[in-house]
Write a protein that binds this ligand. Structure first.
Ligand SMILES: C[S@@+](CC[C@H](N)C(=O)[O-])C[C@H]1O[C@@H](n2cnc3c(N)ncnc32)[C@H](O)[C@@H]1O
Length: 275
């Protein structure tokens, strides 16, 4: 454990000890909490080699979640692949916001998730809202395969459908909740992000054109048409995008706009309702 952590620390990895513990646990096939009980020498040459491969990937700045192929979100385990964004803890703000706003509602609940990726937002919501059904849309067929597998693993496949699409184009209906964590990074700024993001998250999940607002321009007008009268639209935003996205929401006739912060105090999502 000490040796693995020192290797990562030497490569300038922040949180080297935590990462070393997770990679060592995976190599040993045990829970991270059990790692402290293991001596420095691993049980088998195969485990030594597995740890070595994992450390080499982390040194190249691949996130631990990608090396392991899974990420915990909303207390649930999600598979991730190179086709999916690595779900961020900050996006749990959206899940909490939807749950608060739908609490106590009777009747059917239809939830639409635009840009579903691993399916984390939709599936976290369905895991809490037992009467709800949902549709996740993504432009990347590889992401949809992962989302479907996550739904099956979480026992939610009966209430979650996933389909290929360009945002909400061609969809109909009146949805009680529309959620989206779309790409919102300015094209020219992607390479300035940490290597964990710039090198490993899919570009399709990050790139929102020259001003970072391209996805919102497409999503907001369609979402405004698709919301039920009592529906809510909840959008994740990037730092400093609140004013611009709020303008787009108002231009599309949406109202009662609230801005919510994540746990680190950064404005993270906007909630809007039909006027
Ligand atoms: C920032 S990721 C969010 C993924 C997931 N919802 C999450 O929060 O982890 C944005 C997602 O939008 C998808 N996407 C990009 N352009 C799209 C489009 N035109 N139509 C539908 N989905 C799109 C990407 O493939 C990616 O999965």
């Amino acid at each position: 454990m000490d040796r693995a952590a020192a290797r990562l620390r030497g490569a300038g990895i922040e949180g080297a000890r935590r990462d070393a513990r997770m990679l060592l646990a995976a190599a040993l096939g045990v829970e991270a909490a059990q790692v402290m009980a293991y001596p420095e020498r691993l049980a088998s040459a195969g485990q030594e080699a597995a740890l070595e491969r994992a450390l080499a990937r982390r040194v190249r700045r691949e996130p631990v979640s990608r090396i392991l192929g899974r990420r915990e979100f909303w207390g649930l385990e999600f598979l991730i692949t190179p086709d999916t964004l690595d779900p961020r803890p900050d996006s749990e703000t959206l899940v909490a916001a939807v749950l608060e706003r739908l609490a106590g509602r009777d009747g059917p609940l239809w939830i639409l998730d635009l840009g579903t990726g691993s399916g984390c937002l939709l599936l976290a919501l369905l895991s809490e809202l037992r009467a709800a059904e949902g549709l996740g849309i993504d432009a990347d067929p590889g992401a949809l395969t992962v989302a479907r597998e996550n739904a099956a693993r979480l026992g939610l496949a009966g209430r979650a459908r996933f389909a290929a699409g360009d945002w909400a184009q061609g969809l109909t209906g009146a949805w009680q909740a529309i959620v989206s964590n779309p790409p919102y990074i300015i094209h020219g700024e992607i390479d300035e992000l940490s290597p964990e993001v710039a090198k490993y998250d899919p570009r399709l999940a990050l790139d929102a054109g020259p001003d970072g607002l391209g996805s919102y321009r497409k999503i907001v007008p369609r979402a405004a048409d698709l919301l039920a009268p009592e529906g809510v639209l909840i959008l994740e935003i990037g730092a400093g995008q609140g004013d611009a996205v709020e303008r787009l929401l108002r231009q599309s006739g949406l109202d009662a706009i609230e801005r919510l912060r994540d746990l680190s105090g950064t404005e993270r999502c906007l909630v809007a309702r039909p006027a």
